[in-house]
Design a protein around this ligand. Structure first.
Ligand SMILES: N[C@@H](CCC(=O)N[C@@H](CS)C(=O)NCC(=O)O)C(=O)O
Length: 394
């Protein structure tokens, strides 16, 4: 007997096992004429899954429900489940992480917006905060790891990817790569609007209570919280600096759009635009280059740094070079920041900053200015060596 999926259609839960099946070369047939709300209410279905939810996998050994369990069953005995006890544990760890720290928050944010359950703003905010925390943790981990476990795709990657799809489709504005099972996943243009969701009911005005003289009024905690939430957020101190003639976005556009005569057009354009009163230039030099022994790990490390600099996108431009073809690779960079110093919030919030030595570019030194030029244009050789990679933050 073949494996049969009881589900009306594919979805991210069904796809977990379908992707595993592609990897291990197992065929899974889809049940015919499955009707949601009808087929899953029949006594035969409830015998397979007492809660009546899809998907259910019918196997020669008996039925299985819960999509993670189904995917584990299909992956059983393959390298997708790791090659040692510790890898097995790590795979389970990431499956739980993606279920509780990502998927739970994605569903908490998305489903009420789709009309499943009541939309409650504080609950949505808590889901968004939880998801951000999960994303940050995942980003930090992936800054120095290509796979979640070991050196290849495992069940952890498959389940985590499936759990992320709804967020990428409907909530987060970043694109997501297509694959065989999902087909193309369209990028969200904006956070999905609240359409069919039940709006919170308007509160009836409470009849005014007479406060007895001896009874002190209870503190209005909720009102204070609401007031706090509606207060305008304090401005970034960099927005309060005197206006600058340099428009950072103009420079970023010039950098991106210059395809030829880079030195003449982009580099000269940079110095024409550069405002030493409103901006400062900094060299950074990684302090632990001797640890950069594996090129992709070094690149991931730098990639992670740039992701974490996202908070400074409005106020910074950066180039990071991975220098040399042989380990240990040297990592050096050039950063343009709004203001005369490296912004305090960047120093405080991006932990990578302390992994580098920072030196302000001495604009009276022509040799340093030439370094700036060479870093912007990914000049090779750089300091006599080839470049393994060059990344831009813009
Ligand atoms: N934890 C379950 C979730 C299953 C689930 O929520 N299924 C939904 C469709 S995506 C369902 O069958 N809903 C019908 C119902 O609640 O009656 C899994 O991963 O398989």
């Amino acid at each position: 007997m073949a494996l049969i999926f009881h589900t009306p259609s594919k979805n991210k839960n069904v796809n977990k096992a379908l992707i595993v099946a592609e990897y291990v070369g197992v065929e899974i047939k889809m049940a015919e004429n499955f009707q949601m709300g009808v087929s899953n209410k029949t006594p035969e279905f409830l015998k397979m899954n007492p809660i009546g939810k899809i998907p259910v996998l019918e196997t020669p050994e008996g039925p299985l429900f819960e999509s993670n369990a189904i995917a584990r069953y299909v992956a059983h005995g393959s390298s997708l489940y790791g090659s040692s006890k510790i890898e097995y544990g790590q795979i389970e760890q990431w499956i739980d992480f993606s279920s509780f720290e990502l998927d739970a928050h994605i569903r908490g944010w998305l489903y009420p917006r789709l009309g499943y359950g009541t939309y409650i703003k504080p609950a949505e905010e808590s889901s968004i905060a939880g998801l951000k925390r999960g994303f940050d943790a995942l980003n930090n981990y992936l800054a120095s790891h290509t796979f979640l476990v070991g050196d290849c795709v495992t069940l952890a990657n498959i389940i985590t990817t499936c759990n992320l799809v709804l967020a990428f489709q409907h909530l987060t504005p970043k694109s997501f790569t297509s694959d065989k099972v999902f087909g193309e996943v369209k990028q969200a243009d904006a956070v999905i609007p609240i359409t069919s969701a039940k709006k919170p009911e308007a509160k009836k005005p409470e009849p005014k209570k007479e406060v007895k003289k001896e009874e002190a009024p209870k503190p209005e905690v909720k009102a204070a919280e609401e007031e706090e939430a509606t207060k305008p957020k304090p401005k970034n101190p960099l927005d309060l600096l005197p206006p600058s003639k340099m428009v950072l976005d103009d420079w970023k556009r010039l950098y991106s759009n210059t395809k030829s005569n880079f030195r003449e057009v982009a580099i000269n354009g940079f110095w024409d635009m550069f405002d030493p009163e409103g901006y400062s230039l900094w060299f950074c030099n990684y302090k632990y280059n001797d640890e950069n022994t594996v090129s992709f790990v070094t690149m991931n490390k730098v990639g992670g740094f740039l992701q974490r600099m996202d908070l400074a996108r409005k106020y910074a431009f950066g180039k990071m070079l991975i220098i040399g073809n042989e380990p240990p690779f040297k990592v050096k960079g050039l950063w343009l920041f709004r203001g005369p110093e490296i912004p305090k919030f960047v120093m405080d919030e991006c932990y990578d900053m302390e992994l580098y030595e920072w030196t302000k570019v001495d604009l009276s030194d022509e040799a340093q200015k030439e370094w700036v030029n060479q870093m912007i244009e990914d000049h090779e050789p750089f300091e006599g060596e080839a470049l393994s990679d060059a990344k831009c933050f813009k």
